[in-house]
Write a protein that binds this ligand. Sequence first.
Ligand code: PAF
Length: 285
Amino acid sequence: MKVITTRKDVSDFRETAVSGSLGFVPTMGALHQGHISLVKAAKDACRHVAVSIFVNPTQFNDPSDLQKYPRTPEEDLNLLGTILSDNDFVFMPEVKEIYPGEDTRIFDFGSIDKVMEGPNRPGHFNGVAQVVSTLFDIVMPDMAFFGQKDFQQVAIIREMVRQMNLPVEIVACPIIREDDGLAMSSRNRRLLPQHRAIAGEIYKNLLRASEMAPTESIDSIKNSVIDGINSLPGFRTEYFEIVDSLTLTPVSNREQLMPEKSYFGCIALYAGEVRLIDNIELKLQ
Ligand code: PAF
């Protein structure tokens, strides 16, 4: 695999070494098996694969979160070296390469960024759209692969691609979990041992919600998860919403349910100082 740091070298590599489909996995590094599953999906679907490693400052609304975001470039390259081939490349730009000047673009995603992560992380999805659209512009992939753990992010990126009429197919890949059910995330390595030891309870609470889904009221399902998480020492739920999988409109009672739709329960919580998200499909009907 080739490691590239500039736009110009990406463009040269694309012209000279890429013949056939290109699958792209954008990441912020600190890679884990969740990322590797995306790279494998890209390799299965495309002739060439590009992985970007770039901690995007514009999507962090909290400067200390940006500063503490784990950065492990050497380990990342070693891991990617075990799976990528000579046909493939890793793009690791500096901030000034992606943002030579300030990116002042403001995106409008309608209702889908007005819930969940939207109000809790102001500006976050605008920053995600800025960097992903810029990376698409540089890498020019045919397909791009994202983890379903970032459920709302996938919906935002699909909407961005629709609005900008970009020729990129967006593929959402299943959540990869640790043995105890904790969804894999770069942030997990920041968990304190006492929080990591019980973090599998997050998924257990989501599984309980899915068991309750066919029969219990929306309020009972939500309260069960929120109370379950809040009862764990050092854990605090930020939100748990049950949403329409396409519009992300929150559901508050069973009368709103529509037979042709699917619904997901999405959670954001703090384990100590570390913010985690997860989700599960709920068969409410
Ligand atoms: O999901 C992520 O890691 C980031 O939000 C992404 C898509 C790489 C954009 O910085």
